[in-house]
Design a protein around this ligand. Structure first.
Ligand SMILES: Nc1ncnc2c1ncn2[C@@H]1O[C@H](COP(=O)(O)OP(=O)(O)OP(=O)(O)O)[C@@H](O)[C@H]1O
Ligand SMILES: [Zn+2]
Length: 721
């Protein structure tokens, strides 16, 4: 190759051609540095015929600067990048960036300095030094990591280094991870689990594209079963990617994985330290990382030899990314499996309707685990009609739930109260003048957080200290909290049962791996009597003593403009119900609602999942909604309301008139002001036959907008805010 075309990692630039200096060895997929004006850019060598670009004469081409010391991006991943950009109407460069997401890793190997105990005992032993010496026996890590492990400041450690009690060690970035062992602690599967595992193992052996929907009730052993497929991939020296919907779930997964395979998997997510990401990325690319578990951003990692993909809790909407490249990691995972020619397992107790439909159509193979493992049975579910069982004024836990909790406390068992609302109260208002605390940047109320004494916007992060008087009328002691959040429910529990140990489990309280670890340990050891939590605790956890689940407000999820609201409510409540009675003791679930006759609620109460899905399927078919038709959204935003409105109207005015495609709007988005930007949206409902993406691209490509206007496309949107 003496002339190459680059996909440049800058969405504002198109493909660019360069000449290749003498002696520079390149392949398609090579990651290179190229000159651009006075600067340099990173790019990937791409097949020229797949990237239409302007033809520049050979003699005018500038030479590439360097090839980066990483393996080329493989063809399968290049095809996935193209597919994703095309399907989600996103710039190729933005998608490719997700594969090259550790800038430091691209620069090659290197060393970092870690520390460990030297065996020398310091002459002066303070309490902190003794604690550090005890905690750090056998440990090695960076200063910051060791300080966290020992619970002392870095200053204490520096003191220990100074007196030679600790010594530095140079560590390679590319050092391998501790190998996991497929046979380390294999469980005895029951017959159903065995059959399912054998099918999955067989698919790993076949090493070809095979999508599975692993549909098993909560506590049926889905994880244990797909672990067998992972074991088979390990035996064959092929890499595995496991996607989880939330970082908070990885802690728990790590523990289980380690007890099954003798070593933890490699973790990948966006809040890791740069040094961790750098090592993980390089080990993924070189093939040294056997099993990688991560949030959706792991999806585009450049695996050397991927053999299996697993998407756990595959129904979760957090697999949908709503900014930057708007993609659904569950769907892209299936496409990746197709390009890589490997099996993919979507595991869930409450599959997305789209996934069930694919199984019905014979595209996915459905594997069922219909019963809980061992002697555990599914919990009894009952409805508490809040119109009859009225909680006292200013309280939200109705009498039957109070009675149930009292019985659990008596028996030393645990209760879990679920309310998907962080903070203390979702709205604060002034009793004197009616003033409501609203976010200046978003059309949303400020949520009171009593633990951290502030009012906060959950959309943009704006916060103010908890006020003691009304900013409007100046009156003191006139502010009232309206409605409950988890903190308020926890207060109520404390008032009802002063002796109970209550833990709040939300993204505010479980904000780090250490905090999550401590929470899980406390819950497992019975040091917590009542957990009050958001959706964060509805899945993945297995607390044997947890026998009562109370849903504080089952109607909450049905509010708001979400097209899948019924399905999502069903999934969330079924998942949280699934935390009850997972071991020997039977579980009970009480669902508080004002609409006991709603289809979702009665399906949950009667345990008739099929009836719910059947009704929901009919409703979707009738509305031409996914999976029967397709949705897309165009979101227009600007810092000035007028500009956003005008641009949205112009787009609406230019809408194509087609038989198989209907355009609704423009209308102000439900969150019409978000992070200081005014937003309008158009919704497109298309038949399956319509060339949706092409139509959208043609429609918008000829239009020009003022510089401050942003126009985004959301294919298969989930959230309509
Ligand atoms: N064959 C088995 N041998 C021993 N323990 C098992 C077996 N199958 C399942 N278990 C145990 O039963 C519990 C539930 O299993 P697991 O977590 O795999 O189910 P799940 O279907 O993934 O659950 P959920 O979807 O509710 O999170 C776990 O504690 C697990 O270790
Ligand atoms: Zn805000």
């Amino acid at each position: 190759m003496n002339r190459v075309r680059l996909l440049v990692l800058n969405a504002a630039l198109g493909p660019l051609d360069y000449s290749v200096p003498e002696g520079m060895a390149l392949d398609h997929g090579s990651v290179v540095i190229a000159p651009l004006g006075p600067r340099q850019v990173t790019g990937v060598v791409w097949e020229a015929d797949r990237l239409p670009g302007g033809e520049v004469a050979d003699q005018r081409l500038r030479p590439l600067v360097a090839v980066l010391p990483v393996p080329p991006i493989a063809a399968a991943l290049r095809r996935l990048i193209e597919w994703t950009a095309d399907y989600y109407c996103a710039p190729l460069a933005s998608v490719a960036r997700m594969s090259l997401s550790s800038g430091a890793a691209l620069k090659g190997g290197g060393t970092i300095t870690e520390y460990r105990l030297s065996g020398t005992v310091p002459a002066r032993l303070t309490a902190q030094r003794s604690a550090a010496l005890a905690a750090l026996a056998g440990r090695q890590g960076t200063m910051r990591e060791l300080a966290a492990i020992a619970g002392v400041s870095e200053g204490v450690l520096r003191g220990l280094i100074h007196c030679s009690a600790m010594e530095p060690v140079q560590v390679s970035i590319d050092r391998p991870y501790a190998p996991a062992n497929a046979e380390y602690a294999a469980p005895q599967l029951n017959d159903t689990q065995r059959q399912v595992a054998d099918e999955l193992i067989n698919a790993v052996q076949q090493a070809t594209f095979a999508p599975f929907l692993l549909d098993g009730v909560t506590g049926s052993g889905k994880t244990e079963t797909y672990f067998e497929a992972i074991a088979e991939a390990m035996r064959r020296d092929r890499q595995v990617m496991v996607l989880l919907p939330e970082i908070a779930l990885t802690e728990n997964f790590l523990k289980r994985f380690e007890s099954r395979f003798g070593a933890p998997p490699v973790v990948w997510h966006s809040s890791q330290k740069q040094s961790q990401r750098r090592r993980a990325w390089r080990q993924v690319a070189s093939g040294g990382a056997q099993v990688v578990v991560g949030a959706r951003s792991a999806l585009f990692l450049p695996f050397a030899d991927l053999g299996l993909i697993i998407v756990d809790e595959a129904h979760e909407i957090s697999f949908k990314q709503d900014d930057g490249v708007r993609y659904n990691a569950r769907d892209v995972a299936v496409m990746r499996a197709r390009f890589e020619q490997v099996p993919v397992i979507l595991a869930s107790a409450t599959p997305a309707l789209e996934s069930l439909q694919m199984a019905e159509a014979g595209v996915y193979r459905k594997l069922d685990l219909p019963g809980r493992y061992g002697s555990a049975t599914l919990p009894d579910i009952a409805i508490v009609d809040l119109r009859e069982q009225v909680p006292p004024r200013g309280r939200w836990i109705a009498p039957p739930l109070v009675t149930g909790m009292a019985a659990r406390l008596e028996r030393g068992e645990q209760s879990l109260l679920f309310l998907n609302r962080r903070g203390y109260a979702p709205l604060t208002l002034c009793r004197t003048c009616g003033y409501r605390f609203e976010c200046p940047n978003c059309s949303a109320w400020l949520v009171e957080h009593r633990l951290s004494r502030r009012l906060a916007c959950h959309h943009c992060g704006h916060e103010v200290p908890n006020p003691d008087r009304c900013p409007e009328c100046g009156e003191a002691d006139c502010l009232t909290a309206c409605g409950p959040g988890v903190e308020r429910i926890a207060d109520e529990v404390a008032e009802l049962f002063p002796q109970a140990r209550v833990a709040i489990a939300t993204s505010d309280t479980l904000s780090s791996p250490e905090r999550i670890g401590a929470f899980v340990e406390a819950a497992e050891q019975g040091a917590i009597n009542v957990i009050v939590g958001t959706q964060l605790v509805t899945k993945g956890y297995h607390f044997p003593e947890l026998t009562l689940v109370g849903v504080i407000d089952a109607d909450l999820g049905l509010e708001g403009g979400d097209l899948r609201a019924a399905e999502r409510s069903y999934q969330q409540i079924a998942q949280v119900a699934g935390r009850a009675g997972r071991a020997a003791k039977r579980g009970e679930v009480l669902i508080q609602t004002r609409h006991p006759d709603a289809a979702v609620i009665s399906a949950l109460a009667s345990g008739d999942r099929d009836a719910f899905y059947a009704a929901e399927t009919e409703a979707r078919r009738h509305a031409g909604a996914p999976p029967f038709g397709r949705w897309a959204a165009i979101i227009v935003s600007s810092e000035t309301e007028q500009e956003a409105r005008d641009a949205a109207r112009a787009i609406g005015g230019a809408a194509p008139r087609l038989d198989d495609l209907a355009v609704y709007g423009p209308a102000p988005a439900p969150l019409s002001l978000l992070r200081g930007r005014y937003r309008y949206r158009l919704l497109i409902n298309a038949r399956r036959s319509a060339a949706l993406q092409e139509t959208l691209r043609n429609w918008l490509s000829d239009m020009n907008f003022p510089a401050g206007v942003r126009v985004g496309i959301d294919i298969d949107p989930y959230s309509f805010v």
